[in-house]
Design a protein. Structure first.
Length: 258
């Protein structure tokens, strides 16, 4: 039934939210992204789940259990021996497969003390996700989400990355509907109760265009300027929306306030 599936989604989402918070707590200058990956993998297994990114996709499959996207990396950064430095910003993208469903969430964290413009970028990106969640309800068109994000980001002088989208999520990691983070008139599918998807805006200081690294996964800004991202998995309810990937304490993870 719908209620049973949302209960499972809530349990899995909550576990993903806890893992995101715990890995975020391990961020500090001198820590490598590989160390964060190992911690995420361990926590997913301890939660009775499996890290969805590991071996996801083809040509090549994603080789790690978490995406760690630092500074100018938009998304899908591959953990490695890189040491995080004071002043960096890093997005952690956690997806846990548990009880047959995926819970997908991410947040951007400060490494040590971060410059004011990067702080503003992270805060505005977090606000973009909040503004987007606020328009989710039955009967609303999906492009209301992109409009909310684009309006807020551009008013702050930032740009919205267009190449990567939010997505339906459940028993599969990525499915319909596609959630654009900018306004598009044809993205006018109507939200209905039970629809479960992610919203995960990627907001950049400079250009919105991306370039791909040779690893086949990492996407970075073309101008090397910083970019931030926040994400929740949510379900459309009879009268609004429920976030499935909140930490059990109800607070969002990541930096930038709320």
């Amino acid at each position: 039934s719908a209620s049973a599936s949302s209960l499972v989604g809530r349990r899995t989402g909550s576990a993903a939210g806890e893992i995101l918070r715990q890995v975020g707590d391990a961020i500090a200058p001198g820590v490598t992204t590989d160390e964060l990956d190992a911690l995420c993998h361990q926590l997913c297994i301890e939660a009775g789940g499996y890290p969805s990114p590991l071996n996801y996709g083809t040509s090549p499959p994603f080789p790690k259990s978490i995406c760690t996207s630092v500074n100018e990396v938009i998304c899908h950064g591959v953990p490695d021996s890189r040491v995080l430095r004071d002043g960096d910003i890093v997005n952690l993208d956690v997806t846990c497969f548990r009880e047959g469903v995926n819970g997908d969430t991410n947040a951007t964290f400060f490494v040590g003390s971060v410059d004011p413009e990067s702080q503003r970028l992270v805060r505005v990106t977090r606000e973009c996700l909040s503004q987007a969640i606020a328009v989710v309800r039955p009967g609303a068109p999906i492009n209301a989400i992109g409009r909310a994000i684009q309006d807020h980001a551009e008013a702050a002088g930032f740009s919205v990355v267009k190449a990567f989208v939010g997505h339906g999520v459940g028993t599969e990691f990525h499915t319909r509907p596609e959630i654009l983070h900018y306004f598009h008139p044809r993205a006018d599918e109507i939200m209905v109760p039970g629809m479960t998807f992610t919203i995960e805006p990627m907001i950049s200081v400079g250009a919105w265009q991306q370039r791909m690294w040779d690893d086949g996964w990492t996407a970075a800004t073309v101008d090397g300027k910083r970019t931030a991202q926040f994400e929740h998995t949510m379900v459309v309810t009879e009268d609004g929306v429920e976030l499935l990937t909140l930490h059990p304490d109800g607070r969002w993870s990541g930096d930038g306030g709320q």
